[in-house]
Write a protein that binds this ligand. Structure first.
Ligand code: SF4
Ligand code: SF4
Length: 94
């Protein structure tokens, strides 16, 4: 029997520890209960405990009143060509 494999392209919540206040709204709204509150460095914050169990439903993201959650798709390991990340603003005028 094959266990159901999670879709590798599904987005996962990335929680910004600097913004998270540990209010617990995201934990309450998560259907499969894969988020939990943990105490890290004397501060309560939300942690994605079971990444494989996350369905990528994105319900947690809009529920966060502090904008601490961002849904991101994992990077594909088969990156043959160069990265297409364009965060710089280097402009060459000649
Ligand atoms: S809803 Fe936002 S601030 Fe509240 S515990 Fe979740 S991530 Fe942290
Ligand atoms: S995306 Fe959905 S399943 Fe995943 S942590 Fe957020 S609410 Fe839970």
């Amino acid at each position: 029997m094959a266990a159901p494999q999670p879709d590798p392209r599904r987005p996962l919540p990335r929680i910004d520890p600097a913004r998270c206040t540990g209010c617990g709204w995201c934990v309450a709204v998560c259907p499969p209960h894969v988020l939990s509150l943990q105490v890290v460095a004397w501060r309560k914050r939300s942690v994605l405990e079971d990444e494989a169990g996350c369905t990528g439903c994105s319900k947690c993201e809009p529920r966060c009143p502090f904008g601490a959650i961002r849904m991101e798709r994992p990077q594909r390991p088969d990156s043959g060509s160069g990265s297409a990340e364009g965060s710089g603003s280097s402009s060459s005028i000649s």
